[in-house]
Design a protein around this ligand. Structure first.
Ligand SMILES: C[S@@+](CC[C@H](N)C(=O)[O-])C[C@H]1O[C@@H](n2cnc3c(N)ncnc32)[C@H](O)[C@@H]1O
Length: 261
């Protein structure tokens, strides 16, 4: 089942979540403990983003690699469909203060509506302030960029069924799965994602979880929705291999989806 293609240079990967955490918070052991156990909790992330920005000199924080490592997985999906005048709607699920969403907006030559959503109002406010202070030029004049405080358990209530084209999840499902009480929520969020995706849409989960474990979990949790699940390799950093899990709704027909065989 595991299909490995599209290997990128490890030198292009920035750092893994765990080593980023260790580096950034060597002194903050209680926060580190909180993160290890409670990555499904809003309060944990509010604290994380607040303490990461005490110096008030905002820098995007990437849990692991940034846009450049995954651009080739994402940008081809945004190609305008024949006979379609609508913007492709992209959601960065659990965006934190990552530059991923803004850089998709900046680099997509096709018109896109990028929504960066996170449960932490602290992260969302930091992103909004940054976008105001340093406005980003879109790659297409019709593109839009928005930041939204949202619990991703409420995707369907917020967006409605079959309304999104691409959902990118960089480390968010990992965070839920690795929390003491987050596993059921991770399954629920996956179902919500499949509900809001158009038939031609796709969900990309970027993760360091091994395909033996993640593919089984994805297949089990999406069985009722008959989704198709596959995996591509992104690259290796300091001995840690990263993957792009590709989840598509049943009947999906779009040649721009990363190729799985
Ligand atoms: C591991 S971090 C990844 C952040 C970002 N995607 C990145 O690559 O740096 C997980 C993110 O998920 C967010 N999160 C956790 N639970 C969430 C939920 N139920 N709804 C929306 N976001 C959530 C956290 O606030 C945090 O920003």
């Amino acid at each position: 089942m595991a299909v490995i293609v599209n290997r990128l240079s490890p030198a292009r990967l920035l750092t893994s979540g765990r080593s980023a955490l260790a580096g950034a918070f060597r002194q903050h052991t209680s926060l580190t403990t909180d993160l290890i156990e409670n990555m499904d909790k809003k309060e944990t992330w509010d604290r994380f983003y607040r303490e990461n920005n005490v110096k008030k000199d905002f820098k995007n924080f990437e849990w692991f690699f940034g846009f450049d490592s995954v651009r080739d997985f994402i940008l081809p999906l945004l190609r305008q469909q024949p006979n379609s005048a609508t913007l492709r709607h992209v959601l960065d699920l659990g965006c934190g203060t990552s530059a991923l969403g803004p850089r998709i907006y900046e680099h997509s030559q096709w018109p896109v509506h990028v929504t960066c959503a996170d449960i932490s109002p602290v992260a969302v406010q930091l992103m909004q302030e940054q976008a105001k202070t340093k406005p980003i030029q879109p790659g297409n004049p019709s593109s839009r960029l928005a930041f939204l405080e949202l619990d991703c358990c409420r995707l369907q209530a917020r967006f409605g069924e079959r309304s999104l084209d691409v959902i990118v999840d960089k480390g968010t499902t990992d965070a839920l799965l690795r929390s003491s009480e987050g596993r059921p929520k991770a399954g629920f969020v996956l179902k919500q994602c499949l509900g809001v995706l158009r038939q031609s849409g796709c969900l990309l989960q970027f993760s360091d979880e091994d395909p033996d474990a993640r593919l089984l979990w994805l297949e089990r949790e999406s069985r009722d929705q008959a989704a198709r699940v596959g995996v591509l390799e992104v690259g290796t950093l300091r001995g840690v291999c990263y993957y792009c899990y590709v989840i598509t709704p049943p009947g999906h027909i779009d040649t721009s989806t990363p190729s799985l065989s």
